[in-house]
Design a protein around this ligand. Structure first.
Ligand SMILES: *Cc1c(COP(=O)(O)O)cnc(C)c1O
Length: 425
């Protein structure tokens, strides 16, 4: 297909325009649903790339956005501050794992992880004992900027940029029964005294295929990090805001990260906003009358007041509505529905973490570029289901407001898809 046959000038993310049909135009969203021009309702079973937590256009969040528009647009965030950012920072620290004391705003998951990496290296640099290594887990994903690509799994996604990526040390994923290998590998790396931080997605590696591991491993990693004065950076960009069954995934192992990254669900998914929370030690290492110790990071839209107001409304929803009960019910609904696939020869690794359900479709060739992913996606779309498998990994990560009928549509679609695609190439 040549460029001239492309109808729209818009270049879409993670999209091969030569292979994809025209983009479907959405004219409205509501709850767990997207509505297109033709009047079809499409079930948003992946929460619009994992950002929508409560549901699309939660009334309280939308109202807060409308109200904020009466007072604010963007305001430079150096020299100045504003109430939405101040109040949101205090609110975040009040509910985040203990030990975090400062909030640095940015505008996406990738940027809040970049900020975290810079904080970690800056901490050791300013402490006079620089450390240069970052440890990550294999199959991890931390974003698509050059820094976060460096930390994430390498593959076809970043092959073209390989020459720009910095090297990191990778821990084997803690497969069931192999957890000790992961811990031993981390301990061995830490002994060099050069590891600034372990950057990790707690409990669930999202884009790497919804790979799940127990909280006990996370807690052990934190313990080892502590022994070697290595910082733990929890990338809760996807796992935060109830996805794994608790507000943050770190809550499950009672893990206190030194740095916590949050974005996607921070505004309930309504507006782009991110925050990097850090311990007092990290802030203090940058606090000095010597200007060279400043934390040199800014983005134009730091702490956008309207986005912060949406974040505040999200906190209010968490405080005033039974969000955790909703999550608990959704968790149970998934459990019941996953049972029917547990012994199903068409699937393996049927698994769940809180509101995330995943299963691997048994096909001869797996991996992201195996053709099965796009074929499944097209099939789901023909059933008005927005489900985007990661290779042969089919997962559901719906908004919390989804009802039983909606969830049944998704599971019936998966069942039907397996009849067509399992065991085929
Ligand atoms: C999505 C994601 C990111 C990147 O967030 P963007 O807002 O897309 O930049 C980083 N880390 C994790 C764990 C994610 O799931």
């Amino acid at each position: 297909m040549t460029g001239s046959s492309v109808q729209s000038p818009v270049w879409h993310p993670f999209t091969q325009h030569a292979l994809e049909p025209a983009m479907k135009r959405i004219i409205r969203t509501d709850g767990a649903w997207l509505f297109d021009e033709a009047g079809s309702a499409i079930l948003d079973a992946i929460s619009s790339w994992w950002v929508i937590t409560h549901g699309h256009r939660h009334p309280r969040i939308m109202e807060a956005i409308r109200n904020a528009c009466d007072a604010y647009d963007q305001i430079i965030f150096a020299e100045f501050t504003h109430e939405p950012a101040e109040e949101l920072a205090r609110g975040l620290l009040a509910i985040a794992p203990a030990g975090l004391a400062h909030v640095f705003y940015s505008d996406s998951g990738s940027t809040c992880v970049e900020v975290a990496l810079k904080m970690a290296l800056g901490f050791f640099h300013n402490s006079g004992a620089p450390r240069s290594r970052i440890v990550v887990m294999e199959h991890s994903y931390h974003g698509d900027t050059v820094g976060t690509m460096s930390a994430g799994a390498r593959g076809v996604f970043n092959a073209a940029y390989e020459s720009l990526l910095f090297s990191v040390d990778r821990l084997p994923f803690p497969e069931p029964g192999q957890e000790q290998n992961t811990l031993d590998a981390f301990e061995a790396l830490c002994r060099s005294g050069q590891v600034a931080a372990l950057l990790i997605e707690p409990l669930v590696l999202g884009a790497g295929g919804m790979r799940m591991y127990p909280a006990s491993v996370l807690a052990e990693l934190k313990r080892i990090a502590g022994q070697h004065h290595t910082l733990l950076i929890a990338d809760e960009v996807m796992t935060g805001w109830g996805r794994t069954g608790t507000l943050f995934a770190c809550n499950q192992g009672d893990v206190m990260p030194d740095i916590l990254c949050t974005s996607k669900g921070l505004t309930g998914g309504a507006l782009p906003l991110a925050a990097t929370l850090c311990s007092p030690e990290i802030f203090d290492a940058h606090l000095s009358t010597d200007r060279s110790r400043t934390f040199f990071h800014s983005s134009s839209y730091t702490a956008n007041p309207i986005a912060c107001a949406a974040g505040l409304a999200n906190l209010a929803v968490w405080k005033d509505e039974p969000v955790l009960d909703r999550i608990q019910s959704l968790q149970t609904l998934h459990q019941q529905r996953l049972k029917r696939f547990a012994e199903d020869p068409r699937f393996s690794n049927v698994r769940q973490a809180g509101t995330i359900a995943a299963l691997d479709l048994n096909v001869p060739a797996s991996g992201y570029l195996s053709n099965v992913g796009p074929k499944l996606r097209a099939f789901f779309r023909s059933r008005n289901l927005l489900i985007r498998p990661l290779g042969n990994v089919i997962y559901l990560m719906t908004p919390y407001c989804i009802d039983e009928a909606g969830l049944d549509c998704a599971y019936n679609g998966i069942d039907e898809a397996a009849d067509i695609f399992a065991g085929t190439r």
